[in-house]
Write a protein that binds this ligand. Structure first.
Ligand code: 5RP
Length: 217
């Protein structure tokens, strides 16, 4: 089974979590795109969507589903998104698609975060996937130095500007043994907009697609 087939399989499983008349928060990325492609099946249940990126907004609107602002929605009952890595505590690395800031905002405002991954992303220790950090451009070199002090290898994401107009540093070679501590530490560095560790607010439910079935933890 290819990774894309697993993404489709886990996206289909996530559809089951949508209840009648719900506002649904939707993340970003290729797994989410598979999920959005299937939304016709449950469209009648969805009151509106709060989106985490310009691309997600465009795709959801192309399905004739209403996209509303977070301030109109208040607390969102369900948020569905992918991730780049998860450990067994449902602490995540996200931001491979660069939408981490809005994703973290929507996740924070949601009661139930359903995360869809395939089994290649389920890891013992976070950090094999380079940690994305959205950064105010002026702080690029000072933040890069901080990352080197931590033992990381920051690489500027080439030709990429976030929906918020910022750059991304992808930090390689970090072994993230204490995700909550590192997430808090990075949040306090001037110029860091958001880091891609989702541990303070991790997922509530993790759906993992493997060759045979969907594991739910
Ligand atoms: C985007 C994200 C994505 O959820 C993450 O990168 C996973 O992407 P994909 O579903 O394409 O593997 O955090 O900012």
């Amino acid at each position: 089974m290819t990774q894309l087939e697993k993404k489709n399989k886990v996206a289909k499983a996530a559809l089951e979590y949508i209840e009648n008349n719900q506002v649904v928060g939707i993340g970003s990325g290729s797994t989410v795109n598979c999920f959005i492609n299937m939304l016709d099946k449950v469209k009648s249940k969805i009151d509106a969507v709060v989106s985490s990126s310009e691309l997600t907004t465009k795709l959801v609107e192309s399905k004739n589903i209403r996209v509303i602002e977070l301030k109109e929605a208040g607390k969102i009952p369900i948020y569905i998104d992918g991730a780049d890595e998860s450990n067994k505590f449902k602490q995540l690395i996200k931001g491979g698609g660069g939408a981490l800031t809005r994703e973290k905002i929507v996740a924070h405002s949601s009661s139930n975060f359903i995360c869809m991954i395939d089994d290649s992303k389920y890891v013992r220790v976070l950090g094999k996937f380079p940690l994305p950090i959205e950064v105010i451009r002026m702080a690029q070199s000072s933040i890069a130095m901080e990352m080197i002090k931590l033992g990381g290898r920051p690489v500027l994401r080439e030709n990429f500007i976030t929906d918020n107009g910022n750059i991304i540093l992808d930090v390689h070679d970090l072994e993230i043994d204490e995700p909550i501590g590192l997430e808090s530490f990075l949040n306090n560095i001037p110029g860091v907009v958001t880091n891609g560790i989702f541990a303070i607010r991790g997922a509530d439910k993790l759906l993992i697609a493997n060759e045979k079935n969907i594991e739910v933890i």
